[in-house]
Design a protein around this ligand. Sequence first.
Ligand code: SAJ
Length: 421
Amino acid sequence: MKIAVIGLGYVGLPLAMVFAEAGIEVVGIEAVAERCAEINAGRSYIQDVTGDALKKMVDKGLFYATTDYAATEDCDADIICLPTPLNANREPDLTLVTDATAKLAGHLRRGQLVTLESTTYPGTTRDVLAPILEAGSGLIAGVDFHLAFSPERVDPGRTDYTTKSTPKVVGGLTPACMARALEVYGPALDNVVPVSTPEVAEMSKLLENIFRSVNIALMNELAMLCDRMNIDVWEVIDAAATKPFGFMKFQPGPGLGGHCIPIDPFYLSWKAREFDFWTEFIELAGKVNENMPYFCVEKLHRALNTRQKSLNGARLLLLGVAYKADIDDLRESPALKVIRLLRAHGADVDYHDPYCAELPELDLKSVDLEEYRRIAGYDAVVIVTAHSALDYRTIVQEADLVVDFRNATAGIPSAGNVWKL
Ligand code: SAJ
């Protein structure tokens, strides 16, 4: 068998490696020629794929990358792993997927399987991809070639569940498409979960991430209420989490970041309107989560006020700007919004993040904490993302004021100089 993986990013490259390490020949179709060169030289640019592992597969002749879609012609399956962002109007933007599908169609061969892995709204595989593939090839989906959807479940940096070990949902256009998808994915992945249609698979992925967005929004709403009622929301959540059944712990924070959770839900709310349906939970969760940077800035304002200081002119040090702890990903990070809001109030903002050396769009570079000696020079230290590499005990000792949006200072005795979300 030979597989083509289209798009060698944080989803496609690990997936290509899983197939190659199962002894299946893989060709990566990657638009960025420099990335192809890196891969063919055995150098990885994706955190979850080591250079050694990649080089081993390249040297064995089991994996190479090219920009040329003609390389898909002798493949048994073509797996599309491309970004599906929102456009400026926060509507689905399938451009990368549809452009790639049109190029693939020109090289489609009878009997091949095409699988879409990009997160999208139910109906995309059947109503968007199939017509493009049929128009470009003259073949018929489900008759001359197989078509399926299989959502990616990659969580960059996670080691307990990997692309190989995480159960893989797959929905075929027809039972024969499903059977073919099982033949393709089965030898490489530990657990393939067949479902009856591509729509079920597309919707299941959205449910996974909407579930997170809504529950995080619930915690954020509770955090704002507890703030007003002077109740420690973190203690409340920890107490509720002692329930061994029927509860799942989420935490409040400065907002939703990442390439999935802030974006995927709006693929469904957009599609639902076609059915005269308003996905109120999704919209409300989005509204609550979007408000958190503003709430956090207002809370910081109140904390400074207790020291007769204003935001205007305040010297602030933000700790952690990545969208979540212990990674270097800045996509949709709420820290960027917090910095913009603080600057708009006239604050002088520095940041330190051991994973993110610079924020070009904000003309900022991570400052050196100088063994935490630098901490005392700020009016407030603001914990936005709680990287585990930082010593929060020393930070609390050295800082005049700490405003902690992540409960990173939990259990650390303070002299009343710590405010928490
Ligand atoms: N966040 C909170 N409170 C929480 C959890 C997360 O405020 O209780 C924030 C994070 O700080 C971050 C954002 O939400 O800014 C998203 O966090 P996330 O933990 O959902 O991490 P992601 O965005 O990397 O989500 C990915 C998703 N994986 C895929 O889409 C394949 C998601 O489905 C996974 O469940 C999640 O990783 C995971 O479990 O780590």
